[in-house]
Design a protein around this ligand. Sequence first.
Ligand code: 13P
Length: 286
Amino acid sequence: MINTTGKVLKDLLKAADEGGYAIPMFNYTDLWDQMAVLEAARELHAPVMFASIPKTVNEIGIDILGAIGKIRMNENDFPIIHHLDHSNSVDLCKKAVDAGYPSVMIDASRETLEKNIKMTKAVVEYAHLYDVCVEAEIGKIKGRDYEASFDGGDFLVQVDDAVKLVEETGVDTLAVGIGTAHGFYQGKPEINFKRLAEVNEALDIPLVLHGGTGIPEEDVRKAIKNGINKVNIGTQIRYTYMSNVSRIVQEKGAVTHTIDIMQEARPYIKQVALDWIRICMADGKA
Ligand code: 13P
């Protein structure tokens, strides 16, 4: 059993940085896709993160998810990390800390730099009392987002802003807007590797790549080479989950027991996680 704290995550990210790989983070919606992701982690002995977004938290409840997360993290003889992804509420981040999440993200990237700093600092001050790791975001992840949508052109992270945010908040990890988007891409994503390298050069903390779904393997690897230590995948998990459940229900009828449908769908979700663990080169790294 591992006492999974923010320090454990920081050590994992440091090892990833030194070893030239990344920790994959998978969004889950419920117990079924969570199980699939964790089965993949066990099979490949990979350090992974499994994360709830506010949409899931609002539906199921932070205390329930926190309790399940704690059980999951303690099931293994190697660390896996439960994370709150894309919270734009300081209060929700604090509640996640109280519920036992060892890692939270405060996403105030839509706000002014000053407000982003203020909100991030408030989360860091609280989270660090309990050894919880905090991720912030600067620049913007394009495309459909969980709480709102963003289609503007000023998505790119500014190096000076990133330095100021990190210096003034003491945040642990940083998601950077470098051209990636949430959801499926139309065409090939245009990632600004030059800006990524510049931010990495200016900062001494792990950087996070959002919008994993649809980024070609060679671009993920190039991003890892240029300073990315954590890669987020969400849409591909949900799409694989729903498309397979829908197919199985059509084939077998809705009278089929839920468990039988989920058992049949689960290997497909697990396969997505297996593929991404390998793309991130995290297999065998736990
Ligand atoms: P995708 O949904 O595009 O894979 O992005 C997931 C993500 O970045 C979650 O934070």
